[in-house]
Design a protein around this ligand. Sequence first.
Ligand SMILES: Cc1ncc(COP(=O)(O)O)c(C=O)c1O
Length: 377
Amino acid sequence: MRKIPLCIPYTGQEEKDAVCEVIDSGWYAHGPKNHEFEERFAEYLGVKHAFTMNSCTSALHLAVEGLGITGEVILPSFTFVASANAVITGGAKPVFADISYDTCNIDPASIERMISPQTEAIMPVHYGGQSADMTAIMEIAEKHKLIVIEDSAETIGGTHNGRLTGTFDIGCFSFYPTKNLTTGEGGMLTTNDDQLALKVKALLAHGIDKSTYEREDKEKAWYRSASRIGYNFRMSNILAAIGVEQLKKLPEMNRMRRDLATRLTEALAEIPEVEAPVERPENKHVYQMYTVRIKEGLDRDEFVRSLNNKGIGASIHFFPPVHYMPPYSGQDFRRDNLSVTEEVIREIITLPMYPQMAADDLAYMVDSIRNTVSELR
Ligand SMILES: Cc1ncc(COP(=O)(O)O)c(C=O)c1O
């Protein structure tokens, strides 16, 4: 049987050569490639500072802790649990807002409803490759003097009115293998705030201000005093080398994803029980995920099982939503009426999506979807 996994990283000889070069150099831990990846990522986004880390979760945590946020942070419940966890481990309190039905992104009206005297920040999650409504969110943030931490784990290269996600305030990105750009595990925090940058740089490396690589040529290279209490959230030089190569391919990879999405959407137009994703006109969607809605009373879970039985690695992002999970389901965290979230979690399916998907695999997937509809009807 044909097998179409949920995703396959788009890597080639360039990544392999880059890894071998680092291994030959003998410098495995955080080092020169991290600095190169950070410089190039900051340049790509047009921001002042970028810091490689071991994950986006660490980046989100350090954004919260680095900014000294101890009050409430408003975010969607419809996200990966890491977003909410990082708010808590970073020292603040999550408050859950609802989403907009078309994009599955946080609903600005719900944010407004949840603002309290304790609110310090908003954490929009750019779901699956499409920007949240950053025009409305930045207006709310300005009006109420709130910080915006963008969870851009799932959107690298997506834009809102031509502006890249992660550049509106503080950006946090993931390089997990399902993402638009991968290093295996990894993340990046970006900011134009010099004070935050100094803090984050130290916090991610045991509280020490200068990295080992920066101390290398200094007179006292052994001097490594901590200026604050920190973590080890560093990314290795080996993974950063992969990141440098992946970043060069990012525009091409996103173009291929968009091309595939266009063809899928065209094909799905003939299957009324399956609704294709919506790209708002002001956004450029980079399809980290291609998510559809199952309609006409068809059983969503059965739909996923049936596709899996046909070798299609379909999945669900996200179920359960965070407010169903035991650490978050009680009365400890405020939440809005999450009726749109409740609706979306019953309908949504993630279909396989990766830049190099072959045309005959795409055709097989569409046939399988059509057959599944007939079976379940
Ligand atoms: C919305 C969202 N936030 C945060 C994360 C966490 O990213 P990482 O695995 O790099 O910690 C993910 C990744 O799966 C995600 O999808």
